[in-house]
Design a protein around this ligand. Structure first.
Ligand SMILES: NC(=O)c1ccc[n+]([C@@H]2O[C@H](COP(=O)([O-])OP(=O)(O)OC[C@H]3O[C@@H](n4cnc5c(N)ncnc54)[C@H](O)[C@@H]3O)[C@@H](O)[C@H]2O)c1
Length: 334
């Protein structure tokens, strides 16, 4: 594309994530603009058009893909629609930022990656753009702790989603732990060979009837020998809890919990810190903005994105092996 033009981005799907991306684009992303929005729900579309007046609004994805003012799309529709939209967007010559995962079946992800080979395809593992995780990654890459041999990853949501959502989610590993699996790969700089997972339905016992769990512990064994231990749950009353520790022969790197401010009040009897961020939208607000800034920069420069379709393929394959391990009670190869 001509670097003097800004990248016209259409947001497809205006639910939880789509509205977030549209708001960030409308607030200003260097080198990019919110060119259009597309949404199947007419009321949501009308509200978005009023809120972000500059954008053109389309009642369907096909209409948005035919819009000549659209250079790239953010796919924020439900996961089962992603693979077809990715293929159609690539055929229309649009660059693609797709929310994670592209699909729940690794074969479908692989096919979508092949279909999008001619355009930029970035996937929404936003934690890689969080300043703390990014710094930890760069320090480890520079040899700060030596070659990592153990990674501990914690991921706990504030509260469980409705059962209706869980029914179509693909289970805790594909829906939630997948962010930790992606982070483990990125920090280890290696691929996972084998997975052992255990889980229980301890928060909403009804999830057992869906074949799912809401508390899970997963061990990943990397090809080079590094181990990762991932703990997840669907409920954390104190707030959204995401942390990482990376151990190597020369020390360890910690990304700790992030409180709303770093202020602590000390009084007789003890101290009190501010709470952690309530949800992922607050904890990763910077990361969601920075991933789209980087996507726009990669498209404009013609450089590969930080999170490629192949990274989604690796993460969803780990999640599939974890799901198999939960059922078999044995370690499963990826
Ligand atoms: N990166 C993250 O941290 C993160 C967090 C939450 C969700 N997600 C992912 O984002 C995606 C969307 O999740 P969500 O929670 O925003 O979903 P959502 O249900 O809140 O929103 C989806 C929207 O897409 C619209 N839609 C559905 N089919 C459509 C179509 N064919 N054309 C146009 N519009 C259509 C729906 O009407 C709805 O408004 C999922 O893939 C999910 O896994 C990622």
């Amino acid at each position: 594309m001509d670097l003097s033009d800004s990248l016209g981005i259409a947001v497809l799907g205006l639910g939880r994530m789509g509205r977030f991306h549209a708001a960030n684009l409308a607030a200003g992303v260097p080198g990019a603009r919110l060119a259009a929005v597309a949404e199947a729900d007419a009321a949501l579309l009308a509200e978005a058009a009023a809120r972000w007046g500059a954008a053109r609004s389309h009642g369907s994805v096909d209409e948005a893909l035919a819009d000549p003012d659209v250079d790239a799309v953010i796919v924020a529709t439900p996961t089962p629609t992603h693979a077809d939209i990715v293929a159609a967007a690539a055929r229309a010559g649009k660059h693609i930022f797709c929310e994670k995962p592209i699909a729940q079946d690794p074969k479908v992800v692989a096919a979508a990656c092949r279909a999008a080979a001619s355009v930029t395809l970035q996937v929404g593992y936003q934690r890689r753009f969080d300043p703390s995780f990014e710094r930890a990654h760069d320090l480890i890459g520079a040899g700060a702790v030596g070659a990592p041999y153990l990674i501990k990853l914690t991921g706990h949501d504030l509260q469980p989603p409705p059962l209706e959502y869980l029914r179509a989610s693909g289970g805790i590993f594909r829906d939630m732990a997948i962010h930790d699996f992606d982070m483990a790969r990125w920090l280890a700089g290696d691929e996972v060979a084998e997975v052992f997972a255990a889980g229980a339905a301890r928060i909403q016992p009804e999830v057992a009837s869906l074949g799912d769990v809401d508390v899970a512990a997963t061990v990943l064994r990397f090809r080079g020998g590094c181990l990762a231990v991932v703990d997840n749950s669907r409920q954390s009353p104190p707030g959204y809890d995401v942390r990482v520790e990376v151990y190597g022969p020369d020390g360890h790197v910690v990304v700790g919990e992030q409180t709303l401010t770093s202020v602590t009040v000390w009084r007789q009897g003890g101290g009190q810190r501010d709470p952690v961020h309530p949800w992922f939208t607050e904890r990763f607000a910077d990361a969601y903005r920075r991933e789209i800034e980087d996507f726009a920069a990669c498209v404009r420069r013609g450089s590969p994105p930080r999170v490629r379709g192949e990274d989604d393929l690796a993460a969803i394959s780990i999640a599939g092996a974890a799901t198999r391990s939960l059922r078999s009670g044995r370690a499963e190869a990826v």
